[in-house]
Design a protein around this ligand. Structure first.
Ligand code: AMP
Length: 303
């Protein structure tokens, strides 16, 4: 099946081809590949918001052909995760993706991605996937194994020159960079800034789970990160983290974690030195588990 989004005469003529199978994907990419056109890939789980659209726009600005994948990847969800209730709206996603500049949307069913007897996974081992969200008491390293496996498969299926990810999922970006380096994927990884609501809340498909009162409380996460950065720059990282904890506590939020780590190695850090530091937070707010982070670059005071 291959549908095209409709275009109307007022809007710029923009349509996206929509495919569900690997064969259709290959066929749709064949001409671009033969002509040596650069392919940009934006992997998503759909229910698009401005964060996703910023990645598509970045790909549009740099690449000849922009592919967005839309796949709620079951292997990155744990048994108690929200796979069954993950929000979906494929029709809207297709329209928004096309408007933002996607040429091709690949939205496969699960059985198109994983054979029933699939027995191979791609795993980044060690501290990158064992800390923060990868801690065994949280989502665990299996979460990242699901992510790297599906991203490796998408790289093989699409063959992008550039793949776009969001800083919102900072640990995921670090893990994917390591996979690309370790396995020599011929892909450049671009990590784009976190897009936020006007009140600071990082955009996330999971924000849809928030009841109005929890939506209000959730703004404490970005305030906490701003306090962490302000405190770290003005005094010490420890003071910054204390202020962040106080912001969360004032909103009645007990974080799953609030930690400062080296932005590349994810080793714990005690104080700002020369290398960028990632302050990352995860917390349950009402029905949503939210994550957010700030990157503190000590060599640049206006980040
Ligand atoms: P998801 O659909 O949540 O798996 O996200 C797909 C891609 O969009 C990932 O690379 C995310 O890091 C990125 N992304 C999600 N939320 C944001 C945001 N608020 N700002 C920038 N990128 C985002």
């Amino acid at each position: 099946m291959s549908l095209s989004t409709s275009t109307n005469s007022d809007a710029p003529a923009r349509g996206a081809t929509f495919v569900r199978s690997r064969d259709e994907l290959r066929a749709a990419l064949a001409a671009a590949r033969a002509e040596g056109r650069s392919i940009g890939l934006v992997p998503t789980m759909g229910y698009l918001h401005e964060g996703h659209l910023s990645l598509i726009r970045a790909a549009r600005a740099e690449c000849d052909l922009v592919v967005m994948s839309l796949f709620v990847n079951p292997t990155q969800f744990g048994p108690n995760d929200d796979l069954d209730r993950y929000p979906r709206d494929e029709e809207r996603d297709l329209r928004l993706a096309a408007e933002a500049g996607a040429d091709l949307v690949f939205a496969p069913p699960v059985e198109e991605v994983y054979a029933a007897d699939a027995s191979t996974a791609v795993e980044v081992s060690g501290p990158l996937t064992g800390v923060l969200d990868g801690d065994a008491g949280r989502r665990g390293p299996e979460h990242f194994r699901g992510v790297t496996t599906v991203v490796a498969k998408l790289f093989n299926l699409v063959g992008p020159a550039v793949a776009y990810f969001g800083q919102k999922d900072a640990q995921q970006a670090v893990v994917i960079r390591r996979m690309v380096r370790d396995l020599d994927f011929p892909v450049r990884v671009e990590v784009m800034p976190t897009v936020r609501e006007a009140d600071g809340l990082a955009m996330s498909s999971r924000n849809a789970y928030l009841e109005p009162a929890d939506r209000e409380r959730a703004t404490a996460l970005s305030r906490a990160l701003a306090a962490a950065e302000g405190g770290a720059r003005a005094g010490s990282l420890a003071e910054g983290l204390d202020s962040a904890r106080a912001e969360l506590a004032a909103a009645g939020i007990e974080p799953e974690y609030l930690e400062a780590r080296d932005a590349e190695t994810l080793e714990p850090v005690e104080r700002l030195g020369e290398r960028p530091v990632l302050v990352a937070v995860a917390a349950r707010v009402g029905a949503a588990r939210l994550i957010d982070n700030v990157l503190i670059d000590p060599t640049n005071s206006d980040t």
